[in-house]
Design a binder for this molecule. Structure first.
Ligand SMILES: [Zn+2]
Length: 379
């Protein structure tokens, strides 16, 4: 595969923004700098992140999603906006629920507020800039249509344009398909659709959140909801070739307390993930909340194995990471295993789970583990 070594290393996507970029964002919002000036800071932040990921030794790099306010990537669509999540949560009960999950007040949430149109030029600019400066193959992340359906369809703000959540979901899938095709043409190596929502049937904490905030209700029995999620994702990648495709599933990694986070193994959703028309499942496994890797037995997919717990502050030593890989090797061939952290280190600009330097050290330890494993497994 494109000259990649055994146990290729990558990241899930986001990387903490430099402090000066966050300051520039505050300056932009306060009108102290122009959007052109801010754009030049974004370029610098992307350059810094690409080179930092390369310095860490990653085989497949990202731009750290520096240009996005969050991994929801609402900027991708005309007709979609970010709103403060606590503003969307209108009742004291809903706000209390967000607080109980440890979600802080700076979190922005995507909302469909009009007919959606793809801003293809945004994809072209973002991927084009990263491709120009990256000296390793590039991974580009997009939000999954299922996730955007459950998160951005809002009964009071969206139903005038999209009467049902599915209307919105299939529209998003169609638009994303154009973006994926363009990314393949441009020479992006790996397109990953992010879908933490696929894990909602494992632990319905987040379904409760979107029901309270948006009025979204999952289908019952839950198997019907999983079929819908599968169909939406497959629609987004339909007919695409010439690029590696993946789907990332985690339980959400906001900086809340561990006991408030969703938990449970992949057993219930694995059959549906196997039916996704993608090459790789990028799954968190380092966190004990993700259950056993035994669920990978018999998978027909490549696995982007989460081997670094993004929420734990300590940098796991390479030996610990190697043991996690060896556990997975009981169920998956070495040739189909990639190493990555469980999730992004900063799925939103304003809610990183780790500081920038520590994120680098955690990735560095993972790269060292991969180097040792290659020696042991002979490539
Ligand atoms: Zn994740």
């Amino acid at each position: 595969m494109a000259g990649l070594p055994l146990f290729p290393t990558s990241v899930v996507g986001s990387f903490p923004r430099p402090e000066w970029l966050m300051r520039a964002l505050r300056d932009l919002r306060a009108g102290r700098i122009s959007s052109e000036e801010f754009e030049s800071y974004l370029d610098d932040a992307v350059l810094a992140t690409l080179k930092e990921e390369e310095a860490a030794g990653l085989d497949v790099v990202t731009d750290g999603e520096q240009r996005r306010l969050s991994f929801f990537f609402a900027e991708l669509f005309e007709g979609m906006e970010y709103r403060p999540l606590y503003q969307l949560a209108e009742t004291p009960e809903a706000r209390g629920y967000l607080e109980s999950l440890g979600i802080h007040r700076g979190v922005y949430h995507p909302v469909a507020v009009g007919p959606l149109q793809l801003r293809l030029e945004r994809v072209e600019r973002e991927a084009g800039f990263a491709l120009r400066y990256a000296s390793r193959p590039l991974k580009f992340t997009l939000p999954s249509p299922y996730m955007l359906m459950i998160d951005s369809w809002n009964r009071s703000l969206s139903s005038e344009y999209y009467p049902s959540p599915e209307d919105l979901g299939f529209e998003v899938a169609k638009l994303l398909n154009r973006a994926v095709r363009r990314l393949a043409e441009m020479g992006v190596f790996f397109v990953q659709l992010d879908d933490p929502s696929l894990s909602n049937p494992i632990d319905p904490k987040y379904y409760r959140l979107v029901e309270m905030v948006n009025g979204y209700r999952p289908r019952q029995p839950i198997e019907e909801e999983l079929e819908l999620a599968r169909d939406l994702i497959n629609e987004a990648v339909r007919g695409v070739s010439g690029v590696k495709l993946g789907v990332h599933v985690c339980r959400g990694n906001w900086p809340g307390p561990e006991e408030a986070m969703p938990r449970g193994g992949y057993e219930k959703i694995m059959p549906y993930m196997e039916e996704l028309r993608v090459d790789q499942l990028v799954l968190e496994f380092a966190t004990p909340r993700a259950g056993s890797v035994e669920v990978l037995r018999g998978t027909g997919k490549e696995v982007g194995l989460g081997v670094v717990d993004v929420k734990r502050p300590e940098v796991e030593p390479p030996e610990v990471i190697e043991r996690r890989v060896e556990e997975a090797l009981r169920y998956v061939d070495a040739g189909r295993l990639w190493l990555n952290p469980d999730c992004g280190f900063a799925s939103g600009a304003t809610w990183p789970v780790q500081p920038r330097r520590r994120s680098f050290e955690k990735v560095r330890a993972m790269v060292e583990a991969a180097r040792r494993l290659r020696k042991r497994y002979g490539a």
